[in-house]
Write a protein that binds this ligand. Structure first.
Ligand code: GRF
Length: 238
């Protein structure tokens, strides 16, 4: 009979989950996924990274790890007026790229454009997003400042399924911390980011291992009464 570590390593021997990541910024969350993948701690293969921002440091991180990248910048080359690439054009390019890579899962990690329902529904894989608040509170932007202004005692981040309605899909996991009212929004943001770097790989591990079954969660099927109700919450105060 295999011991526990043998059983665990053999469960990682199965095919890795093919993950595509959409980014717009620094890519610290992408880096955590790259590091965990390279360390063998996360059974994933990052098949490609799509950015809508040309100079996003996330693209450099992906290139340094020899991961395929595609940049569909929202600034048209040579356009002095800085005209934005329409979202439909971005989505057309991104769909073609995703269809080529054929991921099992699409992860929005700091991706800052709102995607259309058509794009989400026609994507070749389910899509999850990392959001810096305890959804359903504080959808949208400036979440840390809004938490401080509201005097909330708790804050954190959520990983949720992406649906046509902004930040409104089923929340899968949340990581929480206690708010210190003396701290600035910047400090709070940095504390929440430390939680993001733990909750995102943890959530993807649960998906890769089949603990979180996104198709079943997305369907009308009744959740198992023997498993905890979603979202799964981690108290990760720091
Ligand atoms: C994260 O804080 C995420 O919550 C927000 O954008 C940030 C992305 O950070 N949506 P990074 O690009 O992963 O460093």
């Amino acid at each position: 009979m295999p011991n526990i570590s043998q059983a665990q390593s053999s469960s990682f021997d199965s095919k890795p989950l093919k993950v595509a990541v959409l980014v717009s910024g620094s890519g610290s969350n992408l880096q955590v996924l790259i590091d965990a993948m390279q360390a063998g701690s996360l059974p994933i293969e990052i098949v490609g990274v799509i950015s809508n921002v040309k100079d996003a440091y996330a693209v450099t991180r992906a290139q340094q790890a020899n991961i395929k990248t595609a940049v569909f910048s929202h600034i048209t080359e040579g356009d002095k007026a800085g005209k934005r690439m329409g979202i439909k054009t971005f989505e057309r390019h991104a769909t073609a790229q995703l269809n080529e890579w054929q991921p099992d899962l699409i992860v929005l990690a700091g991706f800052m454009r709102v995607l259309s329902g058509d794009f989400i529904h026609s994507a070749p894989a389910p899509m999850i997003n990392l959001h810096p608040s305890l959804l359903p509170k504080y959808k949208g932007l400036d979440t840390h400042q809004r938490v401080l202004e509201s005097g909330d005692l708790y804050h954190g981040c959520s990983v949720h399924l992406v649906t046509a309605e902004l930040d409104a899909g089923q929340v899968l996991t949340q990581a929480m911390l206690g708010v210190n009212k003396q701290q600035t929004a910047e400090v709070l943001q940095s504390r929440v980011q430390q939680l993001e770097h733990q909750i995102l790989p943890w959530t993807i591990l649960l998906i890769a291992q089949g603990v979180l079954n996104l198709e079943q969660i997305n369907s009308d099927a009744k959740p198992s009464p023997y498993l905890p109700a979603l979202p799964l919450k981690l108290w990760l105060d720091n």
